[in-house]
Design a protein around this ligand. Structure first.
Ligand code: G
Ligand code: MN
Length: 383
């Protein structure tokens, strides 16, 4: 899967395991450096940049988890795979919580190890490109709210909200691949949808808002008979039973629905994320990672969501035809995501020049003003 050989640091106090793991990674064409203890590994990490750390968990002196934490202080994007001889659920959970990508139980056979090595290296590279993008693009937007009046204003916004639909098209025929549902507000003090969401957050009324949006989208599904429906989901919506209820209106059309989760929001502290995602997928939903390149959430958003779709943020696209660095970043992110088996939607295309540049990079799913603005659905004809 990866074309450029990776540099992998393997750490185990058991010499036989250390050598066997190192050998199978080397046979896959990667460079390997070994260390027998945590402190030795830290010295190696100081010396150079690695694409992957594979470490045993039970080692005298410094455990694999301690090493993971220390390694993260050097390099936020370093993927870590943990190995163990005696699996137990709490340690596995802790390893994942600390940011380990995978938890492997010995014996570590090449067929177990090598796909994970390839995946981890790819994810790590993606994370580095994302960080470059963020450094280049920055991120702003702060909510300044009047807490006292918010309750009233939010109530009015919720009552008057409506949904705009924007087409997502496939190049070159411009067939409609789907539509993204976008919250719109008619409340003058909370006109921007971001302000409505922040208001809901600070009032603890996010679930109410999410339900209203999902019900409205389900109500419009018949009119939007072509393609998929992309619906934005706040990470905290994952804790709302309404999302999983079989009789919720959106559940009945789940196989048409892609739930977008933005990488601007943190997934830290979302309880049972994998179980939530599994349930949603069982119901027929697919997942998109939204705004990729706009927020920095480390490796977690990609690795924990394992999305079917990624949506490249419009900040990556703006003037991509006039900015060689952006073009390179976008091209790399597109390629890496495709190699990870994800479909890529490029957002916010406004000009023909931007479109032609991303077409040149191999992208083929587009959303943006050039192809269609978000618009209100016409009221259905009375029957
Ligand atoms: O974060 P998310 O990708 O869900 O938000 C999409 C937002 O981007 C919507 O508010 C939509 O109106 C806006 N949008 C969609 N296409 C374009 C575009 O081509 N240019 C700009 N500036 N905004 C766009
Ligand atoms: Mn979105």
């Amino acid at each position: 899967m990866t074309e450029v050989p990776a540099q992998v640091l393997v750490v185990d106090d058991d010499d036989a395991v250390l050598r066997a793991v190192a050998r199978s990674i080397e046979r896959a064409g990667h460079g390997v450096i070994t260390a027998s203890t945590g402190p030795e590994a830290l010295v190696r990490l100081e010396e150079r940049q690695f694409d992957l750390l594979v470490s045993d968990i039970n080692m005298p002196g410094m455990s694999g988890l301690e090493l993971l934490l220390a390694a993260r202080r050097h390099d936020l994007d370093l993927p870590v795979v943990i190995m163990t001889g005696n699996p137990d659920v709490p340690t596995a959970a802790r390893a994942v919580e600390y940011g380990a990508l995978r938890y492997l139980v010995k014996p570590i056979t090449p067929s177990l190890l090598l796909p994970i090595v390839a995946y981890a290296v790819q994810i790590g590279r993606m994370a580095r490109v994302k960080r470059e993008a963020l450094l280049m693009l920055g991120d702003a937007e702060q909510f300044v709210g009047d807490r006292a009046a918010l309750e009233t204003h939010f109530g009015r916004a919720l009552a008057g909200m409506w949904i705009a639909y924007q087409p997502i098209v496939r190049w070159p025929g411009l067939e409609v691949f789907g539509h993204e549902a976008l919250l719109r507000s008619a409340e003058p003090t909370l006109l921007n949808p971001v302000a409505v969401i922040r208001g809901a957050e600070s009032l603890g009324r996010l679930h109410e808002l999410g339900q209203a949006v999902r019900d409205a989208v389900a109500g419009a599904a018949e009119q939007l008979s072509t393609g998929r429906l992309f619906v934005n989901l706040h990470p905290l919506d994952l804790a709302d039973p309404h999302l999983y209820a079989a009789d919720s209106p959106l559940s009945t059309i789940a196989s048409r629905v892609v739930l977008e989760i933005t990488e601007r929001a943190s997934l830290e502290g979302i309880a049972d994320l994998s179980a939530c995602l599994e349930r949603l997928r069982q119901m027929g939903f697919q997942i998109a990672l939204d705004d990729l390149g706009a927020g920095y959430s480390g490796l977690t958003s990609l690795t924990r969501l394992e999305p079917e779709f990624v949506k490249l943020d419009m900040a990556m696209v703006r003037d991509v035809d006039r900015d060689a660095t952006k073009e390179k970043l976008l091209g790399t992110m597109h390629r890496l995501a495709r190699e990870l088996g994800m479909l890529v939607i490029v957002e916010g295309i406004e000009t023909i020049a931007e479109r032609d540049t991303v077409v040149g990079l191999g992208c083929d799913l587009f959303q943006g003003y050039l192809f269609g603005r978000p618009a209100r659905l016409l009221a259905p004809r009375p029957s």
